[in-house]
Design a protein around this ligand. Structure first.
Ligand SMILES: NC(=O)c1ccc[n+]([C@@H]2O[C@H](COP(=O)([O-])OP(=O)(O)OC[C@H]3O[C@@H](n4cnc5c(N)ncnc54)[C@H](OP(=O)(O)O)[C@@H]3O)[C@@H](O)[C@H]2O)c1
Length: 256
């Protein structure tokens, strides 16, 4: 996700490569990012933070526990922008109490190609200049929506985890096509293009999904027969349960 943000920022010409720097762990991802994009790799945290104004946290949520008083001292006066799933503003504030402000954001994986969506909350009310900086960074992954933190577990469950549900739906559609007699490669292509095209049509039309669904289901027709099978299998309530299960897990993780 860190790589996606850097690539997006450079693609949007928000920063020049020399204005960005990264630090990773031991798997070489920061070095690789640096040599691929031209941003600086500064393996020393003190040196990295000495010259930076905004610190983006994009490591695994469990690694936050490693941050200690040194990190608190070094981040004084900086903007902290975290994309760590389940790490609350309260928890981030415990680790970075001297920061100018803390932003908790929840992007999603289509952000890797600039087609994501991100919601964010801030610890303190954010002024115009900082808001612009933060939103510009997050917009490198797609549209951005500010929201109260109380909604972020639901956001995680819907847009954060949502791409996985869509991938599963594409796989299910493909398998259905195979059972209906198609060759696997053809079924795979048809299922992907159908989901892609339908989402684009929906976005472009500005209509509700129910309206578009109605337009393609004539009485006594094939689509209606398929939709009736979906209804019989409680498709909508299954998806609602899916989102609620993910939300509950997000709340549990925040407690941990
Ligand atoms: N993937 C998603 O859909 C998604 C959506 C929303 C939010 N998020 C959040 O985004 C974050 C990153 O997810 P990811 O999927 O991109 O994970 P990832 O591919 O495992 O990347 C984690 C990165 O953190 C680096 N790292 C590890 N320890 C570090 C340390 N102590 N200091 C600095 N950097 C360190 C790793 O460097 P090395 O490679 O050198 O070890 C690696 O580059 C997670 O917190 C996740 O909750 C992900």
């Amino acid at each position: 996700m860190g790589t996606a943000m850097v690539s997006g920022m450079l693609r949007n010409k928000l920063y020049q490569p020399e204005e960005l720097a990264c630090l990773g762990a031991e798997d070489g991802s920061a070095e690789a990012l640096s040599s691929r994009t031209g941003i600086r790799h500064i393996p020393n945290l003190e040196k990295l933070l000495a010259g930076c104004e905004i610190l983006v946290l994009a490591f695994k949520p469990q690694q936050l526990s490693q941050a200690g008083s040194e990190h608190a001292r070094l981040s004084e006066g900086k903007l902290i922008l975290s994309i760590l799933a389940g790490s609350t503003l309260k928890r981030l504030d415990e680790k970075f109490p001297l920061a100018r402000n803390i932003i908790r954001a929840m992007p999603n994986t289509p952000g890797q190609i600039g087609a994501g969506i991100t919601c964010y909350s801030t610890k303190n009310e954010i002024d115009f200049t900082d808001r612009e900086k933060v939103e510009n960074i997050l917009e490198s992954m797609g549209p951005v929506i500010p929201l109260e933190e109380k909604f972020l577990d639901a956001v995680t469950a819907l847009s954060g985890s949502g791409p996985a549900y869509v991938f599963e739906f594409v796989a299910a559609l493909r398998d259905g096509g195979i059972r209906a007699g198609l060759e696997p490669e053809v079924a795979e292509r048809l299922s992907l293009e159908t989901v892609l095209g339908s989402a684009r049509l929906l976005a472009r039309s500005g209509e509700k999904p129910e309206t578009l669904r109605q337009w393609v289901s004539s009485p006594g027709g094939t689509t209606l027969a398929g939709l009736e099978a979906l209804e019989k299998g409680n498709f909508r309530s299954l998806i609602a349960d899916t989102v609620l299960a993910a939300k509950n897990r997000s709340m549990e993780l925040a407690q941990d």
